[in-house]
Design a protein around this ligand. Structure first.
Ligand code: COA
Ligand code: ZN
Length: 312
């Protein structure tokens, strides 16, 4: 299949990135960073989540954050929601899109949302009704879709089971979340092809974590399979607090840099995106994993005076 010439990146740093941090990022900083993402041309942003504030206290200010965001530029502002209660809150707050999430694996679903797979799905039927009444679209994410830290490889039949329900509920697409970075190119290819064959016309979004250093390689596999939606996080932050050894998402600036080089359009201004990553790094007060934010784009040249001459 020909690689797409245009893809949509969803920035998940404000949610996936900040949820896993001990430090509570002040609401004003969250608002400034997300508005900078909007200015950089990011088309879709997972700006926070409507989960239990006891489970994820870092995102307790979701309503205040939304109230501070620039909604004049058409950026889709999405929030993660685990159940009907979250959907009611999200609709009241006026999000553009709800993203429900559950795990394909029973064990991680119990850890993350305290529900069995079927209990989560029953709740999503209710979410579909609530969001439908409010005219808000719902996208369905699947955590541990490409490997579970407790169960290992994820049988594609389990993905199919969840994806079939998502389609039945009228969701706009299905996201494969690689929560602990267990995906490899063959795993991605198998999962994508299986869902494309068995649950056709349900767009697939890919959400990789770079836990084992193959996040962008997995994107390349996704591109070869014709996938046009990718999640990524500023500075490469990210991680699920309810999964062992979960580390950062693929990094937004690194992904934009790669796609720019490949002539694949994202609508995101790379230098502005790098500026956001530096701002996030300053807020967090520690070095982030992003690489292009440190090295600069590959053709950003240096003066010869910058380095010493090797003398024998
Ligand atoms: N938003 C806010 N509060 C919520 C909520 C939501 N979406 N869903 C439940 N609650 C509240 C209930 O009102 C109840 O509060 P109370 O004790 O003050 O009455 C309390 O949480 C327990 O409700 P219950 O339905 O029994 O939830 P639970 O304890 O089984 O937890 C979840 C289930 C889904 C709410 C919780 O596990 C959760 O928020 N998980 C999110 C994890 C996450 O964000 N992971 C990262 C993303 S990958
Ligand atoms: Zn994630």
């Amino acid at each position: 299949m020909a690689r797409p010439t245009k893809v949509e990146i969803c920035e998940v740093g404000p949610r996936d990135g900040l949820q896993a941090e001990k430090y509570f990022v002040p609401t004003a900083d969250k608002i400034r960073l997300i508005n900078k993402l909007i200015d950089a041309g990011v088309p879709r942003i997972e700006f926070s989540s409507f989960v239990s504030p006891r489970a994820v206290p870092q995102l307790v200010d979701v309503v205040e954050v939304l109230e501070g965001l620039d909604r004049t530029k058409g950026t889709v502002l999405s929030a993660l929601v685990p159940n009907a209660k979250g959907a009611i809150r999200a609709c009241q707050a006026g999000v553009d899109e709800i993203i429900v999430f559950m795990s394909a694996s029973e064990s991680h679903n119990l850890k993350n949302v305290n529900r069995t797979v079927d209990e989560s799905l029953a709740g999503f039927e209710e979410v579909a009704k609530i969001a439908g009444d409010a005219g808000i679209p719902v996208h369905g994410a699947i955590a541990t879709a490409l490997g579970c830290p407790f169960e290992g490889d994820m049988p594609v039949k389990k993905l199919e089971y969840v994806a079939r329900h998502y389609k039945e509920f009228g969701f706009t697409g299905v996201g494969f979340g690689d929560t602990t970075g267990m995906a490899t190119p063959p795993v991605v290819q198998r999962a994508v092809r299986h869902i494309q064959d068995t649950v056709p016309d349900l767009p697939i979004h890919l959400h990789f974590h770079n836990t084992r250093g193959i996040g962008l390689v997995n994107v390349l596999t996704g591109l070869d399979e014709g996938i046009t939606h990718y999640d990524a996080s500023f500075g490469g932050m990210g991680g699920c607090p309810f999964a062992p050894k979960a580390t950062g998402n693929i990094c937004t600036e690194d992904l934009v840099h790669m796609l720019d080089e490949m002539g694949i359009e994202t609508g995101i201004d790379l230098s502005r995106m790098i500026d956001v990553a530096h701002d996030v790094q300053d807020v967090m007060g520690r070095e982030l994993p992003g690489q292009v934010m440190k090295a600069g784009p590959r053709l950003q040249l240096h003066s010869m005076d910058d380095v010493a001459t090797a003398a024998g």
